[in-house]
Design a protein. Structure first.
Length: 369
């Protein structure tokens, strides 16, 4: 399980990181590109036109015959509501690269297949004094466009178990205060919150007491986020299909509040990993079934790099031969699967093609072409 955990560790935490930094960008915090999904507008309700019959004018002495009421046979077209569109944040490393390299032969592919897609915005630096304003900048910009942002709070203490993405708040009391300020920036519109990648699936480095304290803090975080914005959809860390067994992961999630609608809208899987969508759908449903809770709980799957599935040798650090997966959408047509998202931005290194979280045009092009 250690090897499986490390897949998400160096990849999940250290990549796809924030584009809303406090004035500077540490090397392990990258700016994700947020995609624009295809525009699907609702069709207006248009009744089927009726054909008028060419009947002769009645004579003066004849009583006009009543015409049959066409309403019983008239077909009505229902208005189908379109799924809301995801928000593409304009500040990211891939967009910086695209703007700075107009003549690069790889630019068109990287721009059209990665930079133009919506992806999550990570907040991975512990800066309590500015976090509210920076979250609000993202959510208000999305609301102005009528789109849904995806935000990732990533500051739990002892995150990544001391790995490549180590950092976060100094202790849980400080983290609780940071979450309060994070929640204050969520606004009142729809927003998807990917709460602390790795924090549950990769908690085996903690003592039993430390684990219980972390889970209590995460349960509190979900309640605070949803109380601050009732339209916020909060998802909890379920690892991925090749990590913890579904029943084991569900037990951990339950301890962290993921079964309670006061805290949670469900779970997320495959963040910064490569497992195929079909495998993640099956796994997510198994976890949800074992977790219990209301039927409204769903799952989101990170599809940013899973187009070719996971490498057979288990390699997790910028492995060759991977491809981008399904485009981000809030309309999956799959029961209990709420969204396919790009939580980790393709092209941001796991630590082998550059420092963790840094953008590699070579890697982005390999994934996108």
């Amino acid at each position: 399980m250690v090897a499986a955990a490390s897949v998400v560790v160096a990849v999940g935490s250290a990549t796809g990181v924030l584009s809303a930094l406090d004035g500077h960008q540490p090397s392990d915090e990258a700016g994700p590109a947020v995609t624009s999904s295809p525009r699907l507008l609702p069709l207006p309700a248009v009744p089927t036109p009726t054909t008028a019959s060419a009947s002769p004018s009645p004579s003066a002495s004849a009583s006009p015959k009543p015409r049959p009421d066409p309403s019983p046979t008239r077909k009505r077209t229902k208005t189908v509501a379109a799924a809301p569109l995801l928000y593409r944040h304009p500040d990211s490393q891939v967009l910086d690269w695209v703007r700075a390299h107009p003549g690069d032969s790889r630019r068109a592919v990287i721009e059209s297949r990665i930079a133009d897609r919506p992806a999550a915005v990570w907040f991975a630096d512990f800066t309590p004094s500015t976090i509210t304003a920076r979250v609000r900048a993202v959510t208000s910009a999305a609301a102005a466009q009528g789109r849904v942002p995806v935000v990732v709070p990533y500051a739990v203490p002892q995150r990544d178990c001391g790995g490549a993405s180590d950092g976060g708040a100094p202790d849980l009391a400080a983290y609780d205060g940071w979450i309060d300020r994070f929640a204050a920036g969520l606004g009142s519109g729809e927003v998807v919150v990917i709460l602390e990648p790795d924090a549950i699936a990769q908690s085996d480095c903690l003592s039993e007491g430390e684990q219980a304290d972390r889970f209590a803090s995460l349960a509190r975080a979900g309640r605070v986020l949803k109380a601050a914005n009732p339209k916020a959809r909060v998802y909890y860390d379920a690892g991925h299909s090749d990590w913890n067994p579904a029943a084991e992961q569900a037990s951990l999630l339950d301890q962290a509040g993921a079964a309670s609608p006061r805290s949670s809208d469900g779970i997320f899987t495959n963040v910064s990993n490569f497992h195929r969508t079909a495998d993640e759908i099956g796994y997510a449903r198994q976890v949800l079934s074992a977790l219990g809770g209301p039927a409204s709980l769903g799952a989101v799957v990170d599809t940013s790099r899973n187009g070719n599935g996971a490498p057979p040798d288990g390699e997790w650090c910028d492995p060759a031969g991977r491809k981008i997966g399904q485009a981000p959408t809030l309309n999956t047509h799959e029961s209990r699967i709420d969204a396919y998202l790009w939580v980790k931005l393709p092209g941001e290194s796991d630590g082998c093609k550059g420092s963790p979280g840094s953008f590699s045009a070579e890697y982005a092009y390999e994934l996108a072409r």
